[in-house]
Design a protein around this ligand. Structure first.
Ligand code: HEC
Length: 150
């Protein structure tokens, strides 16, 4: 009897796990083709993303009369910045606001201050920009300073 209950539980669990994959909005299976980071840099400047962004480790011209928020892209992160996250930040900026900034600096009524480029940016430009940006993120393991008690 116990064995049967265990089996039923297992089947239920398997169904629940499989059920997760049936979400029609799941990003499962999403994969970008490889892009060209040099073309990505060009597209970044052409779209004037530098109006609001600096990139860690990259010298970019300033856009005259640009009104910041200057949000730095790249730099140290505690976990890998994935292509999926970068694509989402670009085509759906309000989905999840960049962390480390006061909400009122980067958004108005919960909407990101970033422009939505979806009607203007080609898919190739998006791919190249993401390929250009991704290597600017460095995964760092946070250091813990243990205090040694005598
Ligand atoms: C008008 C200002 C503005 C422009 C222009 C702009 N952005 Fe942004 N961007 C923001 C702001 C503000 C944020 C932070 C809020 C958020 O996460 O949407 C942001 C966030 C981002 C993030 C996420 C950063 C993080 O740490 O999570 C990426 C990636 C990004 N922008 C890329 C771009 C690219 C690529 C372009 C050009 C195609 C661009 N942005 C143009 C204002 C702008």
């Amino acid at each position: 009897m116990k064995k049967l209950m265990f089996l039923a539980l297992l089947t239920g669990l398997a169904a629940a796990v499989a059920g997760c994959d049936r979400d029609p909005m799941s990003e499962k299976g999403f994969r970008l083709p490889d892009g060209d980071p040099v073309a990505g840099r060009e597209a970044f400047l052409y779209m004037q993303c530098n109006q609001c962004h600096t990139i860690r480790g990259e010298e970019l011209p300033r856009v005259p009369l640009a009104d910041p928020p200057f949000v730095e892209l790249g730099g140290p992160v505690t976990k890998v910045k994935t292509y999926g996250e970068l694509v989402t930040s670009i085509i759906n900026p309000s989905h999840k606001l960049a962390s480390g900034y006061a909400e009122e600096v980067v958004s108005v009524d919960g909407e990101s201050k970033m422009y939505v480029y979806n009607d203007y940016m080609t898919v190739q430009e998006l791919i190249d920009i993401v390929m250009f940006l991704q290597p600017h993120y460095d995964v760092v393991v946070p250091e813990f300073h243990y205090r040694v008690y005598p």
